[in-house]
Design a protein around this ligand. Structure first.
Ligand code: CO
Length: 449
């Protein structure tokens, strides 16, 4: 066949699949029996660490996330392990000092991560500087992720500019990260062709099937020349998760983008994970049965956000006003300069919309919204509405430097605090766990150290 160019596949069944469908409740014990087979399947990479897994290990699964990583590396020696990193937020929910970021990345690579996919919720590359530096120094493959959203300030040419900036910073590849499933098949075709025309590094697509477009978008992306596609094995695919590995492999057979992966092997793997899924559902009483929701195209709400919104609304006594809150979201997004809705900006915009509906527009403004307006999360793509800014922070100045420049080194303080708490001499990895999640890490140390 002319111009054969196999599409490479990154498997997400160990990270985003369970994060999107079963609230990240997959244990390493559930993975171990199948790791060797996964390693032999011929994937480009296996996304297996980072995102919400670190927090979930310590908080819900009584697991050391670093120990998990070492097991994965040991049992999958061939296939690169990929992690998802939120730039200066690492795997937590606020900005950390540069010394914590650098050390965290160094230890991630030492313990087994080969590919680091890094993003910033606002696509502010200043929040990625330290990550890129540390990752390159540690010898990782650094992948810069473009957080995809739609707005007057998020046109294909804006993403091309951002991608080029990341390559200048040292990105070894670029990923389009479409966490809410907003990227349409033809939108993907346009965006990918423009990116491919301007970039020399490989391009990857990470999308979700939340809106029902996911598989079609993945197919058009393959046709438009994307180099790598993220997929999840059947039981952990679809709806709020990635397109299905087996379906995409079958779709592309006999095409120039044939992945070369073996469907029988994939089916055996999928069968194993079907059992794992039932076990998780029984143990944790999570419901993995989401509906496809094209409404998201209007309101831009990513996978896990709806349930968060619902519980917040119930807490404020407006449990019956979901439609109003959903309609308020695009307005709040516009007022706040069109942040993409991804952790942590999805929560920030969501809480503001809930409060606006509950108490009237901008009558009560949460601290995080004020911080966003002050520039503490970085620079938004669009301008912040001047009236909303006045209501939120009056005449207070807005910072225009890299937010982490204001954060003093933290590592030594963290170690000192652990000493005081009765845990001297812990490993650097443990100190890092504590730096990100002090309370849950201490809980874990209480029974394990
Ligand atoms: Co994702």
């Amino acid at each position: 066949m002319a111009d054969v160019k196999p599409l490479k596949i990154t498997e997400t069944v160990l990270r985003d699949g369970p994060q999107s469908l079963v609230a990240t409740r997959m244990r390493v014990q559930d993975m171990i029996p199948v790791l060797e087979k996964l390693d032999e399947a011929g994937y480009h990479a296996i996304e297996a660490w980072g995102g919400a897994t670190f927090d979930a290990c310590l908080r819900f699964l009584d697991e050391d996330p670093w120990g998990r990583l070492r097991i994965l590396r040991h049992r999958m020696p061939k296939t690169p392990i990929q992690m998802l990193l939120r730039g200066q937020n690492l795997l937590g929910y606020n900005h950390y000092a540069d010394d914590v970021v650098s050390e965290f990345i160094k230890k991630s690579v030492e313990n087994g991560v080969s590919i680091i996919r890094v993003f910033d919720a606002l696509n502010d590359t200043r929040n990625l500087e330290t990550s890129f530096k540390a990752g390159k120094k540690a010898g990782a493959h650094m992948q810069g992720a473009l957080v995809y959203t739609t707005s007057p300030y998020h046109k294909p040419e804006d993403f091309v500019r951002l991608a080029k900036e990341m390559v200048q910073m040292g990105a070894d590849s670029i990923c389009i990260k479409d966490m809410a499933g907003l990227l349409s098949p033809y939108g993907a075709e346009t965006l990918i062709k423009q990116l491919k025309a301007e970039l020399t590094v490989p391009l990857e697509l990470h999308n979700h099937c939340t809106t029902g477009l996911g598989h079609m978008t993945a197919l058009k992306a393959a046709e438009a020349g994307v180099d790598i596609l993220d997929t999840a094995l059947a039981p952990f695919s679809g709806t709020t998760s990635q397109p299905c590995t087996e379906a995409m492999v079958a779709t592309l057979r006999e095409s120039p983008r044939d992945t070369g992966l073996n469907l029988e092997t994939l089916n055996e793997l999928a069968e194993y994970f079907t059992g794992v899924k039932s076990k998780i559902v029984n143990e944790f009483h999570v419901n993995p049965n989401f509906n496809v929701n094209p409404k998201v195209l209007l309101y831009q709400i990513p996978g896990g956000m709806l349930s968060n919104l619902r519980s917040q609304m119930a807490g404020m006594g407006i449990g019956d006003k979901l439609d109003e809150v959903l309609k308020e979201m695009p307005q709040v997004r516009k007022d706040l300069g069109y942040p993409p809705l991804v952790t942590p900006t999805s929560q920030i915009v969501g809480s503001m919309a809930v409060m606006n509906v509950a108490m009237g527009r901008y009558k009560m403004i949460p601290r995080e919204v004020k911080e966003l307006i002050r520039g503490r999360y970085g620079k938004t793509a669009g301008p912040i509405d001047p009236e909303v800014r006045k209501l939120a922070i009056g005449d207070e100045p807005v910072i225009d430097h890299r937010p982490a420049d204001d954060i003093k080194p933290q590592l030594k303080t963290m170690r000192d605090r652990l000493d005081e708490a009765g845990y001297p001499g812990l490993s650097v990895e443990d100190v890092l766990s504590y730096s990100l999640f002090p309370d849950v890490a201490l809980n874990y140390f209480r029974s394990h150290r």
